[in-house]
Design a protein around this ligand. Sequence first.
Ligand SMILES: O=C(O)CCC(=O)C(=O)O
Length: 380
Amino acid sequence: MESSLEAVNFGKSIIIPSVQEMAKESMIKIPPRYERPDQDPPIISTDASPLLSSIPVIDLERLAIEDSMDSELGILHSACREWGFFQAVSSTLLEEFKMQVENFFKLPYEDKKKLWQKPDNHEGFGQLFVVSEEQKLDWSDMFYVTTLPLHLRMNDLFDKLPPNLREILETYCTEVKKLASEILGHMAKGLKMDAEEMKELFSDGVQSIRMNYYPPCPEPDKAIGFSPHSDADALTILFQLGETEGLEIRKEGRWIPVKPLPNAFVVNVGDITEIISNGVYRSVEHRAKVNSEKERLSVATFYSSNLDSVLGPAPSLLGKHNPEIFRSVPIEKKPKGFYMQDYGEGCFQIFFDHEHDLLKMPLVFQELLAGAFALGDGVN
Ligand SMILES: O=C(O)CCC(=O)C(=O)O
């Protein structure tokens, strides 16, 4: 039987050089491993219809006030159905957290090396899911850490964090957990799902944090900061540390840039919520572009259901007119892979290694595929 620590370990990723350090060297061309000439361009506002141009904005305070809660809930519900994304304006003050994260990435490389990923675990500085020496790479460094529940923490990694960051991270992860629970509660209402079902799934949810650093890039149109992916969690809450744009989400086959708003988190539906909602809410592909002059930092907090939960469409949503479109699996059997990356011909390899999109795939397609391939345990 797998221990709970093993259940949150994505395992091995080939250790690659720090992009932040590499970008400090003056260069006019990026190394071939970072060249991604096949990127679709984003749409620019002049050719966007007003409907396509920006993701919905939700005022969390309006959701708590009786007079405005129904109309704001309507906006949240349609944002989750149509976009899978929204910006949540909040009054939380994040200046201190922002400063500590910025300082963290400014640490001397020698100090950061002590916090680098180890060959058998994905937590720490580095990159995720680098599985071959030929694989194309993203123009970014990241720091990944599991924060909640406490028994899943890698204490030796936590203990090595700069004390000021460690302290503020505790507050941040508690506050984001509260926010995630609040938003999941609103989603349950929007879906007309039994609120207790949602609460039970997330009473001791797994939370992890990924800090992203995107250095300036001499050939931004050829590189990608974060390859297109969808999130395997239930809810992602993204804090963009400055005003530099980079995040883009896919809508109707086109990439829409997200303009950072002051005091706002970008919230997106992950695969777990898509499954719980029986496909009503959508876990949408997104990516991060890079900039020729400016660095960009972001902190994504991933929130997933309890490790001992069964992942499947919420029973309270199912009935004769709404049969389940996903099958149910114990969460510890859920693929550890985080996303499917778009690596052209390598795509199928990643797909089956991580099985993530297979689980998310509606039953009807799983059955079609099952006829064509012998599928592993994780999806049965
Ligand atoms: O930096 C961003 O805007 C995107 C980050 C992201 O998608 C992630 O960390 O999963």
